[in-house]
Write a protein that binds this ligand. Structure first.
Ligand SMILES: *Cc1c(COP(=O)(O)O)cnc(C)c1O
Length: 205
């Protein structure tokens, strides 16, 4: 779908991250020319390549994928605009140790409770968020990210977004301002339930 058609269906106080993992370089450029500034990649290697390729553009690069321990230094050197996928206190501490300046980050919650997905469990999300806030001063935690169940069951997807938003509400008093939820297949439901950042890949492809 074209960016302008998607934009017209999304309130303008909601950030759109164009997930470029399926996009050609030309498509990234095209979206940039249409005004898109936030892009996300889920693999460090691809983020390195693309950040370098488009270094003359004013792109805010988001890292949204699984971070392996041996890639921590690479991620730090990339200085992402937002690291959306901090999954645990342990991971936050590992990154904290090596950071020289603050890194805007989100805590990823495994809201669908699927083994195949990364993230902290819903039960431990609040406690972990506070623990990272109190102990990792360079991890600038500013919200949460979640991925809903990958299924056709809208009730289940809604329930995942409701749960994420409930956690977000309790964290607002601790400075959380970003609730990143919603992808190509479910962003409309996510927005109905309080998302203020959607991550769109295939629909923009
Ligand atoms: C790939 C990916 C997306 C985008 O998924 P689409 O369904 O293609 O929109 C969003 N978030 C994360 C974490 C991803 O890995």
């Amino acid at each position: 779908m074209e960016l302008e058609n998607i934009l017209s269906s999304i309130p303008n106080n909601i950030s759109i991250v164009a997930v470029s993992k399926y996009m050609s370089d030309d498509r990234i450029l095209q979206l940039y020319e249409q005004g898109q500034r936030d892009f996300g990649e889920n693999k460090i290697q691809n983020l390195i390549l693309r950040k370098n390729k488009f270094k003359d553009l004013k792109i805010n690069w988001h890292f949204i994928g699984n971070l392996q321990k041996n890639k921590i230094n690479h991620m730090i050197n990339l200085e992402p605009f937002l690291w959306q996928s901090c999954v645990s206190f342990e991971m936050a501490s590992e990154v904290e140790k090596r950071l020289k300046k603050p890194l805007n980050s989100l805590l990823e919650i495994n809201i669908a409770n699927e083994d195949s997905k990364n993230g902290i469990s819903a039960q431990n999300a609040y406690e972990t968020y506070i623990k990272i806030k109190n102990n990792c001063k360079k991890i600038n935690l500013i919200g949460i990210m979640s991925i809903a169940a990958n299924c056709d069951d809208n009730d289940k997807i809604e329930q995942n977004f409701k749960m994420t938003y409930d956690i977000f509400k309790t964290l607002k008093q601790h400075g959380a301002s970003i609730c990143s939820m919603g992808m190509s297949n479910d962003y409309k439901i996510a927005i109905e339930h309080g998302s203020n950042m959607v991550r769109l890949g295939s629909i923009l492809h």
